[in-house]
Design a protein around this ligand. Structure first.
Ligand SMILES: Nc1nc2c(c(=O)[nH]1)N[C@H]1C(S)=C(S)[C@@H](COP(=O)(O)OP(=O)(O)OC[C@H]3O[C@@H](n4cnc5c(=O)[nH]c(N)nc54)[C@H](O)[C@@H]3O)O[C@H]1N2
Ligand SMILES: Nc1nc2c(c(=O)[nH]1)N[C@H]1C(S)=C(S)[C@@H](COP(=O)(O)OP(=O)(O)OC[C@H]3O[C@@H](n4cnc5c(=O)[nH]c(N)nc54)[C@H](O)[C@@H]3O)O[C@H]1N2
Ligand code: SF4
Ligand SMILES: [Mo]
Length: 714
């Protein structure tokens, strides 16, 4: 028998699993099937970097567990493959019934990370709901870092942006590990280890506030290894020291900030001694951090990631981080070049002036649940379960999930799963049988990233890409033979057409007679690019926008100011002073942390990822392990005031004593989870009832008081 010759083809593309957007070289066979992926050493942005989980895209595309045809749940709970046309007909008919019986408000949607990283479809769930007349749009953003939006809405915005990473003498990172997560708006994450080394070589100082000596903290000049949940005190303490010693940027504050004296008064109780005792750090280190940031250096901003934004008083922490930047004047000034003024997004004039606090959530739709308003056009996911469960005319009865896994990702897993189970219709656009897919009436499988043309996550381009750069990728691989998968946007288009509404991509109406190709949609996304779409498509490793944009002088007569201490912020600071640590019943604090080889709950079906990370460990400092007489791998139960989970413990010398760090995204459905095979879901320890933040309903997800018990069954 003659051996069949396989023609291999190499194409350039970029990974779209996380903000890293690593440039890669993809190898496919003569049928377009993925054979291999490697980092592209000639990529101008990421210079060869690519991570383990990103490179597992080959395995994901060809996985046995990948869903290749639309699935419909049967009365016995099993799933049957049906055609996409049948699935869309049935889903649209059911949505129409719900709309006719209960109004459009009964239909909602939740978008997760998979939906955000699909440029041709990322705004479409929200648009479909808006066209139907429903404000019930939720996303993973409000169980992530929406505190940043709240802070901007309470303190104000400097449209020119903060001091860029490349020009910083110092950066202050609060609860962020960009060297591992390749994700951060104050750090250059294009090959982050390389960028950190280069920045250190040019002399940039690094201050880190984190309970763990993370991959990032290892580069720090000062590491405040604090207890989780104490950022409000630490940040108020830094402001206290700075204002007390007169290290603020007086000219900037005089010109652009209001309520400095009120802020000074409010942070006065947060003396170094008080903060040290609360946060478990040395008072001298706090003063040293304030000195390095505010006195010794004059450029470079404070920024954060999930650590403070998932802990109690998240909105206050973010406010204080921004207050540090305001008080120290860490913003681009008139005449300076903006690192990435927007390549795909339209440019707009950036004046050296403040856009005053907008408090956008105070106008517009308000939920009957807690009176919460919209954060950046979204309802907070912290109330999603209540929106479904709470009886009443406005009850949510049908939910479309786009590239997300709320059954695993949303705090208080029991409650969110009960809510998802009680829906009249749950539809999930998702390539794998996630916990959410298991609960769904229909699962609609999309093509995976190398199988579709795409752009980077351009809605955040100025934050993510620290250069005026963008790129396009064509589809470089084909879905497996026989697969009935389409690019995500076609599912939204198919539903919109059947429901008789005209779908828009951003502001542009999509043709509703013939389904738009992915490139047609991307051309709309790229309509503001400096080159025609065809030129962008032809540029294999992307394009730069050579036209610099400079910060303009303030507009004449502009007197807008940052609000350093609005009343609600003052109230929250007072509440911090009155708060305690959970008491002796809960001697440890649980902290969030992420793992290098997994991305939230995604990829858990892949054998190679399972082999590396079979379950999530509870990481503890060796002293705590010794005090509890525990050794690596021993089974314990971790309990909060809300729930408990089984886990195995593992020593982590990088952690501070008193803290237990457990990664999220593991475990199956409540009651059906096998720890050894799946790990445990930390959202069973959390509640969305009593520990929801004001304004964005952010549940407390880190700094949770917990106790540990030996597992009697182990
Ligand atoms: N306890 C606790 N809970 C947390 C967190 C925590 O730290 N602790 N972190 C929170 C954070 S920051 C986030 S962002 C959320 C994440 O919340 P989600 O985004 O809801 O959860 P993921 O597990 O990231 O799910 C993404 C899904 O997208 C799918 N997907 C991948 N590619 C595509 C695609 O091309 N199209 C489609 N349609 N789907 C695709 C993946 O298979 C995966 O199932 O979780 C939050 N939950
Ligand atoms: N490998 C990998 N990369 C990812 C992800 C992943 O799951 N895996 N997820 C992606 C997503 S959705 C997101 S949102 C980003 C998140 O990106 P990061 O926020 O950088 O994620 P973490 O590694 O969890 O870093 C949070 C840090 O906060 C610390 N911390 C915990 N509690 C507190 C606290 O109360 N205060 C302070 N100061 N620190 C605290 C933790 O020790 C940890 O080092 O990462 C993205 N990238
Ligand atoms: S860091 Fe990993 S997951 Fe993120 S874009 Fe790069 S290869 Fe993909
Ligand atoms: Mo996230």
């Amino acid at each position: 028998m003659q051996k069949r010759l396989t023609v291999m083809r190499e194409s350039l593309s970029f990974c779209r699993m996380c903000m890293g957007h690593c440039g890669v070289v993809v190898t496919t066979d003569d049928e377009g099937q993925l054979l291999a992926i490697r980092g592209d050493h000639d990529d101008p942005q990421t210079r060869g970097f690519a991570c383990f989980k990103g490179l597992k895209a080959v395995e994901a595309a060809r996985a046995e567990s990948r869903i290749l045809r639309p699935l419909k749940r049967q009365p016995d709970g099993s799933f049957q493959a049906i055609s996409a046309e049948q699935a869309l007909d049935e889903i649209a008919a059911k949505l129409a019934l719900v709309r006719d019986a209960h109004g459009a408000h009964a239909i909602g949607g939740y978008k997760g990370g998979g939906g955000f990283f699909t440029a041709s479809s990322q705004p479409l769930l929200q648009d479909l709901l808006a066209r139907l007349g429903s404000p019930k749009y939720f996303s993973s953003v409000t169980i992530d870092q929406s505190a940043k939006t709240v802070a901007a809405g309470r303190i104000g915005v400097w449209p020119a942006g903060k001091d860029p990473f490349a020009r910083s003498e110092v950066i202050l990172l609060v609860g962020a590990n960009p060297l591992l997560t390749v994700s951060h708006n104050g750090f250059d994450t294009r090959n982050p280890v390389k960028r950190m080394k280069e920045a250190r070589e040019r002399g940039m100082k690094v201050i880190v506030i984190d309970p763990r000596e993370t991959e990032t903290a290892r580069f720090a000049d000062i590491h405040l290894q604090s207890l989780p949940g104490e950022d409000p005190s630490i940040l108020a303490g830094l402001l206290h020291v700075i204002l007390d010693r007169g290290w603020e940027d007086r000219a900037f504050v005089a010109a652009h900030a209001g309520q400095l004296e009120e802020l000074r008064g409010a942070v006065a109780p947060f003396t170094p001694a008080y903060v040290a005792q609360r946060a478990g750090i040395a008072a001298d280190d706090l003063v040293a951090a304030a000195r390095l940031f505010a006195h010794d250096c004059s450029r470079g901003a404070a920024s954060s990631a999930t650590g403070p934004d998932m802990s109690a008083f998240c909105n206050l922490s973010e406010h204080l981080i921004e207050a540090l930047n305001v008080v120290c004047g860490r913003f681009l000034r008139e005449g300076e070049a903006i690192p990435n003024p927007g390549v795909l997004l339209p440019r707009w004039p950036r004046h050296a002036q403040v856009m005053p606090a907008g408090r956008w959530w105070e106008g517009g739709f308000r939920s009957r649940i807690g009176g919460y308003g919209l954060i950046d056009g979204e309802l907070p996911t912290g109330i999603l379960a209540d929106e479904i469960l709470e009886p009443g005319a406005d009850r949510l009865r049908a939910l479309i999930v786009h590239g997300g896994n709320p059954a695993s990702a949303v705090p208080d897993q029991e409650k969110i799963v009960e809510a998802l189970n009680s829906l009249e219709l749950l539809v999930t656009i998702e390539p794998f049988m996630t916990t959410t897919a298991q609960l769904s009436d229909y699962v609609l499988p999309p093509s995976l990233h190398y199988e579709r043309p795409d752009l980077p996550i351009f809605i955040y381009e100025s934050l993510v890409t620290h250069a005026p750069y963008t790129r396009y990728t064509p589809a470089v691989a084909s879905p497996p033979a026989g697969a009935e998968v389409v690019d995500d946007h076609l599912y939204f288009w198919g539903l919109a057409r059947r429901l008789g509404v005209e779908l828009h991509y951003m502001d542009a109406p999509l043709p509703m007679d013939v389904p738009p190709t992915t490139d047609e949609v991307l051309a709309i996304a790229a309509r503001h690019a400096p080159v025609p779409f065809a030129t962008l498509q032809a540029a294999e490793r992307g394009i730069y926008d050579d036209e610099p944009q400079y910060v303009l002088p303030a507009e004449p007569g502009n007197t807008a100011r940052f609000s350093l201490l609005p009343d609600d912020v003052a109230d929250e600071l007072a509440q911090v002073l009155a708060s305690d640590d959970g008491g002796a019943a809960f001697p440890y604090r649980m902290a969030v942390r992420r793992l290098r080889d997994t991305l939230n709950s995604a990829g858990r079906d892949l054998p190679s990822i399972r082999a590396r990370v079979p379950c999530n460990y509870a990481y503890m400092h060796p002293d705590d392990m010794a005090a509890e007489a525990l050794s690596d791998g021993e089974a314990v139960t971790i309990a909060s005031a809300h729930g408990s989970i089984p886990v195995r413990v593992k020593t982590d010398e990088a952690l501070r004593p008193g803290v237990i760090a457990i990664p999220h995204g593991f475990g199956g459905l409540p009651g059906q989870s096998d720890y050894g095979a799946q790990g445990s879901n930390t959202n069973l320890l959390l509640t969305t009832a009593s520990e929801r933040a004001s304004i964005n309903a952010m549940p407390r997800m880190s700094g949770i008081p917990v106790r540990l018990a030996r597992d009697p069954g182990a």
